[in-house]
Design a protein around this ligand. Structure first.
Ligand code: SF4
Length: 191
């Protein structure tokens, strides 16, 4: 079942619409790659459920060694914390994937979740923050990466400033269970 976008949603950047219309986009999973799905925290899950109460759209995935290894590459300084946050014998929520490999929330012109309700990882991708530096993930399926090739051009495509990317990354860290970094005043105000 495809889920439909609520009326009047905040639209994706045009680059994401063009990417979705030509495929494959970052919202597809390689067969058997369930360990590569990023986790969905409780606040993120609740926000999406408020927009799509009946849509399903999630799956429980074991905190496998491969999953933890992938997270350790994203958070190398916090890798010792990972088994505490994602206990190896427990599970985490992830987005459900359709049979052909696309995310359950991927429509023909991109994501159907209102932008402000999307998982933080979806909102920050294809950027990441390492030691407070904003960088770009090399990902050939991303049209912004293929057309932009520089952090500056890509931030223009997404209408994001580096400060906004750092802010999203900080919120993602907290939502996923990592300790806030110094200066994250919003940490006490909720996500
Ligand atoms: S939630 Fe939206 S942006 Fe995130 S993977 Fe699914 S379709 Fe893509």
């Amino acid at each position: 079942m495809n889920v439909r976008a609520p009326e009047g949603i905040l639209q994706s950047p045009d680059i994401c619409r063009r990417c979705a219309e030509t495929g494959p986009t970052c919202c597809w999973l390689n067969p058997g790659g369930v360990d590569a799905l990023f986790p969905i925290s409780d606040p993120e899950w609740r926000r999406i459920r408020e927009a799509f109460p009946d849509a399903g759209g999630f799956q429980q995935v074991p905190n496998s060694a491969d999953f933890l290894c992938r997270l350790a590459r994203l958070f190398p300084r916090e890798k010792d914390l990972l088994p505490e946050i994602f206990h190896p014998r427990k599970h985490h929520y992830a987005l459900a994937v359709k049979e052909e490999g696309g995310c359950r929330f991927l429509g023909p012109s991109g994501c159907v979740i209102p932008l402000e309700c999307r998982p933080y990882y979806c909102r920050i991708f294809p950027f990441w923050v390492t030691d407070n530096d904003v960088c770009v993930v090399d990902f050939t399926s991303c049209l912004a990466w293929r057309e932009g090739r520089s952090t500056f051009r890509m931030t223009e495509f997404f209408g994001l400033t580096e400060a906004q990317i750092r802010d999203l990354h900080g919120r993602l860290r907290i939502a996923w269970g990592f300790p806030p970094k110094a200066g994250m005043e919003f940490a006490k105000k909720g996500l």
